[in-house]
Structures are given as C-alpha cells and as structure tokens.
Design a protein around this ligand. Structure first.
Ligand code: ADP
Length: 471
C-alpha cells in the first residue's frame, strides 16, 4: 500500500503541477500578444489621426470614425479620443463625447509617457497613446485611449484548462492502472514466498525456491537453512529421548531378570537372596544416578545465565578438595593421585559446577586407569586464563572416538563403563559447564598409554549477555 501511494505521488504530482504551470504561462503570453497587437493598431490609428488633422478639423471624418468603430469592435472594447483641453471628442460608445477626461494616464500621456495596464480582476487592458500635431515639432495634441476586453482570452484559457483537466484525468486512470499492475507483478514472488512458508509450516515442503529477486533468493536460502537446523535439532532431540528411555530401561530390565530368577527358584538359600538383592540395589543406584545426571544436564540446558552462581574461587584449593574425596576410590586400585600447582589461581567461577566438572574428569581418569597407575592434575595460569590438565596412565581413547566421548550417553566400551557405574553423561555435563564459563576442553590420548584432558577457562567471568550471539 505504501509502495502504491509512493508511486502514485511520484507519477501524478509532477503532471498536475506541470498542467497548472502550462496554463498560467499560456495565459500570460496570450495577454502579452494582445497588448502588442493593440499597440500596433493604436500606433497606426494615432498616425492616421495626426495625418488627417482629426483633432483640429470641425467636420467629422467618417472614414476614420468607422475605422475606430471597427477597431473597437475587433478588440471588443472602446476607443476614446481626448483633445488638448481634456475634452472627449470621440467615443466609440458615444457615451462621453463632449465630457472632460482628466485622468492620471491622460496627463502623463500629454507629457509623452505612454501607459499600458492590465486589470486582471476586471479582465481588460487599457492603453494610452499620444496623438502628435501635424507639424514636425512633435507636440502632443491629444490622447488616444484604447480599452480592450480580455474575456476572449479567458474563454480560451477555460477551454484549454478543460482539455488539460480531461487529459489529466485520463492520464490518472492510466497511471493508476499501470501502478496497480506493476505492484502486483512486483509482489508476485513475495506471495509465492509466503505460500512456500505456509507449505513448510504445514510440513508439505522442506525448502523454498524463489528466484525472481536476489533478496528473496537469499532470504529463502536462509529460511531453508533455519528450517534444516530446526529439523536437525528435532532429530537430535528425538535421538536423545530414545537414548534416555533405553538407558533408563537397562537397569529396570536387570532388576526384573534378577527378581524373576529369584522367584522361579523354589527354596533359594538366603545367601542367594542376599546376593541378588544386593545386585538389585546396585541397579537402583545406577538408575538414580542416571536420573540425577539427566536432571543436571536438563537444568543446564535451560536458561543457563540464571543458574550461574559466580564467585571468587581459589581453584587450587577446590582441586585439592576434589582429589581428597576421590583418593579412597583411587587407593582401591592403587592409583596414585597428585596435584601440582604451578601458579596459584583465584578465578570468577561457579564453584559447585566447576567442582562437578573437575570431579568428572578426575573420576574418569581413575576409572579408566590400570592397576598401580597414576593421575596427575596440573594447575597453571596466564594473565587471562587458567588451565587444568588431568593426565592419566590409563587405557586411553582410540583416535576415532575422541570427538564422540562428549556426546550424551556415548561410551567407548559399554561393558566397562557399566562395570564402573558410568552413565555416559559425565563428559557431556563437564563440557556444558566449561562452555558456560566460556572455556574450552581438549583431549589428547594414546591407546594403552594414557589420556590428557586440558581445560582452559577465563579468569574473569564473561556473562552470556555480553557475548554477541551467545545463547
Ligand atoms: P561414563 O559415565 O561412561 O564415564 P563419560 O561421559 O564420563 O561417561 O565418558 C564417556 C566415555 O569416554 C567413557 O565411557 C569412556 O569410554 C571414555 N573416557 C572418558 N574419560 C576417559 C579416560 N580418562 N580414559 C579413557 N577413556 C575415557
């Protein structure tokens, strides 16, 4: 609609203005020619009057009189002759003969100044011309007053104006029709684009192809991309859900098998009951651990900025505490756990989350280790970041799995992970926490030799809002 109005104003306004301008300039030039015309005719007349000695003669000059009548007729006006005494000796209207005519322009004319005046309100032109004496001394004997009506010009202007208006109306219709068609034509691809969007929304189409304008083409490409991304997210969500159900079902299946086999046995010894109940209890623990981990993950996915609880944390002390907690487990397998602090670090982090992230790493380093192995945790910092290295002498991770271990529920060796009570969510949680602190995590590993996880985190917390495009 705005487009329509804009085109309309641009197309029509100049036309209207030009029409009016044309009309005024035409009427001006018409009046100018009329004035010139009168001047010519009056000059000729005044010469004749001079030559014939009209002013001095007592007898009426019928030829000149009728000539004046004709001329007055032609101009649709009046011709008046005034003599030296300001007396009117000739009036083509025959109304004022014998009367005196003392007016400013007549007086001026006796002084030699001709005048010409256009009265636009009453639509007439009035001009004065001197009538010279017969002698060659250039004396002025009388004044010729010519009045001419401009009504005919006005009529002409009316006719022309009417024509112009008619033309304008016609042009207006044509312009409106043309603009209407152009706008429709221009909007056609936009409508097509909208139809595509509707189809996609209903699931009838997957991509948009509108190629009429480059802008639309680019737009349709980015819309297609966004839809593809949405589908990807949807797929990964579905995969996640099916993974979750599978993972949750596994312990329940075990519990069921254990319970069923107990029940199918008649007079099973108490020891067997105890053993099976023990296993069932383990499975329940596992189930609740999976649920806990899942809840942790889901909580972090939701508006992450709100759940951050940032404070100044002594990272060395935090690591020390974590190692102290894990040491009993490490001792069982005779794994040596050490912390090396190259530089003391105080950083703005969420203490609980950071603790969970590092606990996961150290726990993994112990879990996927060998008997009598070692785990070394090294803390260092530069002026902007602190780094924590968790190195172990464990089984290592084959190169092809190194990128996948951060996926939810991904485990290199399902059986071993189950044995150690892993859920496959630990590293996913760890990476999430590190990303919430705008940090990075990297893994280097050689199969059979060991693994090093390197975490790098800014010393000062950068809130999500400050990061353009941060989600
Ligand atoms: P899990 O609960 O199974 O430990 P994680 O997400 O913590 O799940 O780890 C995913 C997988 O990555 C593990 O199952 C294991 O195969 C591998 N992994 C993690 N840490 C180590 C490590 N330090 N050494 C060898 N393998 C590891």
């Amino acid at each position: 609609m705005v487009l329509f109005a804009m085109l309309f104003v641009m197309g029509v306004l100049p036309m209207l203005i030009q029409g009016r301008l044309l009309l005024t300039s035409l009427s001006k030039s018409q009046i100018e020619t009329r004035i010139l015309d009168i001047q010519n005719q009056a000059l000729i007349l005044s010469n004749r009057l001079t030559q014939s000695g009209y002013l001095g003669s007592e007898v009426t000059d019928t030829v000149l009189d009728s000539q004046m009548d004709v001329l007055a007729d032609v101009f649709n006006g009046r011709i008046v002759v005034v003599n030296e005494d300001y007396r009117i000796i000739r009036d083509t209207f025959r109304l004022a003969e014998g009367k005196y005519h003392v007016s400013e322009e007549v007086i001026r004319c006796f002084r030699g100044e001709t005048s010409s005046e256009y009265n636009s309100g009453k639509h007439y032109i009035i001009e004065t011309f001197p009538i010279y004496s017969q002698g060659s001394d250039g004396e002025i004997d009388g004044v010729l007053l010519v009045t001419a009506s401009t009504a005919s010009i006005l009529n002409l202007m009316d006719v022309v104006g009417e024509k112009i208006t008619m033309f304008e109306v016609m042009a207006l219709i044509v312009i409106i029709a043309a603009i209407f068609l152009a706008v429709r034509l221009y909007l056609q691809p936009v409508y097509a684009f909208r139809r595509w969007l509707g189809k996609i929304a209903q699931g009838d189409a997957e991509t948009i192809r509108v190629e009429d304008y480059r802008e639309l083409q680019e737009m349709s490409e980015s819309v297609s991309q966004s839809f593809a991304k949405l589908r990807e997210v949807d797929n990964s969500r579905q995969e996640f859900v099916s993974n979750v159900s599978h993972e949750l079902k596994t312990p329940i299946t075990s519990i069921r098998v254990l319970a069923d086999s107990l029940m199918s046995m008649e007079d099973a010894p108490v020891e067997l009951y105890r053993e099976f109940m023990n296993d069932i209890s383990d499975e329940i623990d596992r189930e609740s651990k999976i649920i806990d981990d899942l809840l942790t993950l889901v909580k972090m996915d939701k508006s992450a900025a709100q759940v951050m609880n940032i404070s100044q944390v002594n990272v060395g002390a935090l690591l020390e505490l974590i190692l102290k907690r894990i040491r009993p487990i490490a001792k069982k397998r005779n794994v040596e756990l050490t912390l090396e602090t190259i530089r003391e670090v105080t950083a703005e982090v969420d203490e609980v989350k950071m603790s969970q992230a590092f606990t996961n790493l150290v726990e993994n380093a112990v879990k996927y280790n060998r008997e009598d192995g070692w785990v070394r945790v090294v803390l260092d910092a530069d002026h902007k970041f602190f780094t924590v290295k968790v190195a172990d002498s464990g089984i290592g991770i084959p190169e092809e799995f190194q990128t996948r271990i951060f996926e939810r529920f991904y485990r290199v060796d399902k059986a071993r992970s189950r044995e150690t009570g892993g859920t496959g969510l630990g590293l996913a949680i760890t990476r999430n926490i590190i990303q919430m602190h705008r940090g990075t995590i990297q893994v280097q590993s050689t199969e059979g030799e060991g693994t090093v996880f390197t975490v790098r985190i800014p010393l000062t917390y950068i809130s999500q809002k400050e990061v353009p495009g941060g989600k």
